[in-house]
Design a protein around this ligand. Structure first.
Ligand SMILES: Cc1cc2nc3c(=O)[nH]c(=O)nc-3n(C[C@H](O)[C@H](O)[C@H](O)COP(=O)(O)OP(=O)(O)OC[C@H]3O[C@@H](n4cnc5c(N)ncnc54)[C@H](O)[C@@H]3O)c2cc1C
Length: 315
């Protein structure tokens, strides 16, 4: 819990930069080095941007509570139920998993279904009927990632009922993919810097196999980094988000980051398992990001659908 509270304190310093995608991507690429602070910040920005677009006051740290135990890839298949008690409030019943920040946030943004369609509702973490427990996972534990049970918890509706709730959520998730990409590349940079210094000081840099492996990894990292920065800048200027572009950014950044992990394993030799090298910390955090904000398969599906839309009518 101590680690989780220090993550919270650190994230509070950054949260105002969520309002601008380019700024928040830059923060993740260059400033935040701790994986938990990076992820906690990136994920907070999803509900932050939804609330900003809905004209709702943003207070403290937020947790998006979307994924359910039966699967997170298809958010249209939600079992969590909400019933209106008056125009603005609902009673929520259901269970969510992988809610980042859940253990230390101020409010959770819950996706639920009503008789009239999907809604997004803000729920106070300390409200009655909200039960948060830590998840037994090997990465991002100090983001306060949790399983949340809602048993007749009261929520305030901020979007929906209806397609508008999905539209807002899907566009916030699309934007947030750029932040996950930036976070992965921030972690990759630390690993690349480490293996470069290590290879030179150990005297293995003289082997072409080692220095070319590192040089090749830098190529992928550098291209991914400048693409992610460019996409963040472009999205800030767009009124309608190009989902395919943000999926390409996330997909490529994660593939480049996994290449960095693989290079580090090969370059470090037996020292890849050393607890003194950052690999054992950074690798599981990069792997976990392949699922966050939609798996790599889902990114390819989004890209494929956009290709179909563009070229499918011509033949
Ligand atoms: C570090 C981390 C932080 C997270 N933070 C949050 C959070 O704050 N809030 C939140 O709500 N969720 C969060 N998640 C959950 C994340 O969004 C889900 O893990 C993700 O959406 C995938 O869902 P799943 O894990 O249930 O996998 P599933 O949906 O069960 O998928 C399993 C496999 O099937 C494949 N698959 C499924 N459907 C399709 C399809 N239509 N086409 C092709 N392949 C498919 C997937 O690619 C994957 O390989 C987080 C996850 C991680 C790892």
């Amino acid at each position: 819990m101590e680690n989780i509270m220090s993550t919270r304190e650190a994230v509070l310093k950054y949260i105002s930069s969520c309002s601008n995608l380019e700024l928040s991507a830059r923060t993740l690429l260059d400033e935040i080095e701790d994986p938990c602070i990076g992820m906690s910040f990136a994920v907070h920005c999803i509900p932050h941007r939804i609330l900003q677009k809905s004209g709702v006051d943003i207070k403290g740290i937020l947790s998006p509570s979307l994924t359910e135990p039966h699967g997170g890839s298809d958010i249209s298949k939600i079992n969590t139920i909400a019933e209106f008690i008056d125009n603005g409030n609902v009673v929520i019943r259901g269970e969510k998993v992988f809610s980042t920040n859940a253990l230390h946030c101020d409010q959770l943004l819950v996706l639920a279904r009503t008789e009239k369609g999907p809604i997004l509702a803000l729920v106070n973490r300390k409200a009655s009927g909200v039960d948060v427990e830590p998840m037994n996972i090997g990465a991002y534990k100090c983001t306060g990632i949790g399983r949340v049970k809602y048993s007749n918890a009261i929520g305030r509706v901020v979007a929906g009922p209806g397609k508008e709730a999905y539209r807002l959520l899907l566009s916030a998730l699309a934007e947030s993919r750029v932040l996950v990409a930036a976070h992965a590349l921030g972690l990759s940079r630390q690993l690349l810097e480490y293996i470069t210094r290590w290879s030179i000081s150990r005297g293995v840099w003289q082997h072409q196999a080692v220095r070319h492996r590192i040089a090749s990894t830098y190529v992928f990292y550098t291209v991914a980094r400048s693409f992610v920065k460019e996409v963040a800048k472009t999205i800030d200027k767009q009124s309608k988000i190009d989902w395919s572009l943000t999926s390409i950014a996330k997909y490529f950044a994660l593939e480049a980051s996994m290449k960095t992990v693989e290079s580090a394993v090969r370059v470090l030799g037996g020292y890849s398992v050393s607890l003194e090298a950052p690999l054992h910390i950074i690798a599981p955090h990069i792997y976990a990001l392949t699922a966050a904000e939609g798996t790599q398969d889902i990114q390819l599906e989004i890209i494929a659908r956009s290709l179909e839309k563009e070229y499918g009518q011509q033949y």
